[in-house]
Design a binder for this molecule. Sequence first.
Ligand code: ATP
Ligand code: ATP
Ligand code: MG
Ligand code: MG
Ligand code: MG
Ligand code: MG
Ligand code: MG
Length: 278
Amino acid sequence: MANSRFEYVKSFEQPDVLLPNTWIVVRIDGRGFHKLSDHYAFKKPNDRRALDLMNAAAVEVMKDLPDLCIAYGVSDEFSFVFHPSCQLFERRNGKLVTTIVSTFTAHYIYKWSEYFPERPLLPPYLPSFDGRAVIYPNNRILRDYMSWRQVDCHINNLYNTTFWTMVLQGGMSNTDAEQELKGTVSADKNEILFKRFGINYNNELEIYKKGTVLYRQYKLEEAKPTKSPADEESPVEAKQSRSQQDKIRKLRRKAQVVIDHVDIIKDEFWEKRPWILS
Ligand code: ATP
Ligand code: ATP
Ligand code: MG
Ligand code: MG
Ligand code: MG
Ligand code: MG
Ligand code: MG
């Protein structure tokens, strides 16, 4: 760029580099999806196609950005996790968030017609997403963050499943159902579903109860959890030298992104896939 007398305006830009060596979580959330989901007639409480579309867009984001090591999605939101060693955009907050948000939105809109062929997107009801970055200083707190989102998924889904069953199968009005559910705990909702409607909440689909976790599959998972020389390709033991970082990036790019609906609160998920946090 040529020098000019206008260039001083550049100095008004504020630095927004995120703290080094911390996990970066970028969480995006659909704007006004309550209204949007009504407009495009999402099924209540869970429209499977809408969730599959969210997941498909998120898989593309994972493929575009190999620095991401895991992502978790529920409803109209997705959390994308960058590894502490990530140097993408020199860890600039604005760059990271806007890149995730726009890449996700682009894929979401591009794939829309595949999932909702009978309901073309039409302004002013166009999907858009907001986003923010939060840093977490260690693995324990990152896992607590992930657990927080999954607990939220469970609580909301139990409520929504009970509410919509009372309305759609029980013929109750929205206000009556809401009134009756006020102050109830999980056990009460389970009982309403079972006693009144013969529904065992445990038998609901895992994608609704647990949300969606995306991660990269390495050979390690099929092998034993113990390390062996055959796992040379796994990034788990890699030291963070420049060339090895490049190697990890290449591996991440090649690795298959898996879509799973499992518990990420207990240790088991993480112990079986040690490369995710390493
Ligand atoms: P905001 O712009 O503040 O995020 P919002 O309307 O998007 O407002 P959220 O709290 O993000 O509010 O909630 C998203 C809403 O979108 C849900 O409450 C639900 O009504 C709807 N929704 C999202 N995904 C689905 C889905 N797969 N099936 C049915 N409804 C959905
Ligand atoms: P970065 O990801 O760092 O922004 P970039 O390749 O997008 O990298 P920019 O500095 O943003 O680089 O420059 C955008 C480039 O895109 C221009 O240099 C030009 O080559 C191309 N470009 C953008 N708009 C046009 C256009 N209307 N006609 C032709 N070329 C364009
Ligand atoms: Mg430019
Ligand atoms: Mg929001
Ligand atoms: Mg929203
Ligand atoms: Mg939301
Ligand atoms: Mg550019």
